[in-house]
Design a protein around this ligand. Structure first.
Ligand code: ZN
Length: 292
């Protein structure tokens, strides 16, 4: 049995959420996390498949690994093929993000409105596609470094493919890549910049990891947006936040187990990545009575 939850709520004004409302709100988060997990796995598949295609292209062009450089100025034909793969990866991942972000509802009109809202999400004033494009560019440079290092080390195409695919989220721990970093000045590639320069606070230095995280966060924001729309539509006065997990988190504890007016968008979970807090709609006491 669940522990009884003490919620700070003025019951002269508001009706305490019913058990079935709490259960529905928890199901919403469970479903969101399930879809976020599936989205992450599917993005991984697209990236693994794309990495394999790019390894194949680079081995087929058979350029000196020390000179390998993903630029049309270096080799326009090879780069044309790589750019096609990258475009394909971008469109497929974008479609997946929209697909899972809009699964929060089965109402066609709401889905298209939500897709339009989601398209504008992005980092640093950029939209969703441009943000994804930036992370994919970094991912491509990670692969460039790995392929140069693996070819330099004399690995076969099949071996290189396996290594890049299995180290999708840890390119810079592949021993051949680490070794190549030690001779960085000999290479024309991304290795020269050591590949890790893009790492910043809260951002992984691995492109693939950022692509997957970005997809999951977009989904969570889209689901939250739809929940806000739905709570408004059903005439909720506000919401209460319940903790969805047991770990200590000051930010979540601060917001949990109390009433928030419907206009309080800052307290609406998720409050941070991996936040599984639950928002339960709260109605005013009078309207709740009249519904009954
Ligand atoms: Zn939380």
């Amino acid at each position: 049995m669940a522990q009884p939850i003490k919620i700070k709520l003025d019951t002269s004004k508001y009706k305490a959420p019913a058990d079935d409302e709490i259960a529905a709100a928890k199901r919403f988060i469970n479903l969101r996390e399930e879809y976020a997990g599936v989205l992450g796995e599917r993005i991984d598949e697209v990236l693994r498949d794309g990495a394999a295609r790019i390894v194949e292209i680079c081995y087929r062009y058979d350029v000196d690994p020390k000179l390998l450089y993903f630029s049309s100025a270096f080799n326009a034909d090879m780069m044309g093929e790589i750019a096609d793969v990258m475009d394909d990866i971008e469109q497929t991942i974008l479609n997946l993000i929209y697909e899972y972000s809009t699964r929060v509802t089965d109402d066609r009109d709401k889905m298209s409105a939500l897709a339009a809202w989601t398209a504008l999400l992005g980092k640093g004033g950029r939209n969703l596609r441009d943000t994804l494009d930036g992370y994919l560019y970094k991912t491509m440079k990670d692969w460039e470094a790995a392929i140069a290092a693996l070819r330099y080390a004399g690995r076969t195409a099949a071996d290189a493919t396996t290594r890049v695919m299995t180290h999708l989220h840890s390119i810079y721990t592949i021993p051949e890549v680490t070794a190549a970093f030690k001779r960085a000045e000999e290479f024309a590639t991304y290795i020269r910049s050591r590949g890790v320069q893009y790492g910043a606070v809260g951002i992984s230095n691995n492109g693939s990891t950022n692509v997957v995280n970005m997809g999951k966060i977009t989904l969570q924001l889209a689901w939250r947006h739809q929940q806000q729309e739905d709570f408004n539509e059903e005439g909720a006065e506000g919401y209460v936040v319940l903790r969805g997990s047991g770990y200590d988190c000051d930010q979540c504890d601060e917001n949990a187990n109390r009433f928030h007016p419907i206009t309080d968008l800052d307290g609406w979970p998720p409050l941070h990545s991996h936040c599984c807090c639950v928002a339960v709609p709260v109605h005013n006491a009078a309207s709740a009575a009249s519904i009954l």
